[in-house]
Design a protein around this ligand. Structure first.
Ligand code: ZN
Length: 107
């Protein structure tokens, strides 16, 4: 099959257009991916904040030593890489934290 010059130009033009559109798709996908990442992070923070507030309410009402469920929860939270100490509660932990260790021993 032989193409004349006009057909070839048309073909290249359409391929360029398609490439441009694919580039836009990729950009949109990566933007959406960032948004989903932000939402997941926000969701995680809200879960921690909610748990934190619930703990405070529980402890505030009872004035007693934390129950074993809360103890387990704090251990899990610490093992998952979050601070459970008063100073940095709920934030991401980088390495060991002496305050957290102390909190774990106290509970
Ligand atoms: Zn800590």
């Amino acid at each position: 099959m032989v193409m004349d010059l006009i057909d070839k130009q048309e073909l290249f033009h359409r391929m360029e257009q398609l490439q441009e559109r694919i580039g836009m798709f990729y950009q949109e996908i990566s933007e959406l991916r960032l948004m989903v990442g932000d939402l997941l992070e926000e969701n995680q923070n809200l879960i921690l904040e909610n748990a934190n507030l619930r703990d405070r309410v529980d402890f505030g009402v009872s004035h007693e030593a934390p129950p074993s469920e809360a103890k387990k929860y704090l251990h899990t939270l610490y093992d998952d890489g979050f601070h459970i100490c008063n100073i940095n509660y709920g934030s991401m932990r980088k390495g060991e934290c002496l305050f957290c260790m102390e909190s774990l021993q106290r509970t």
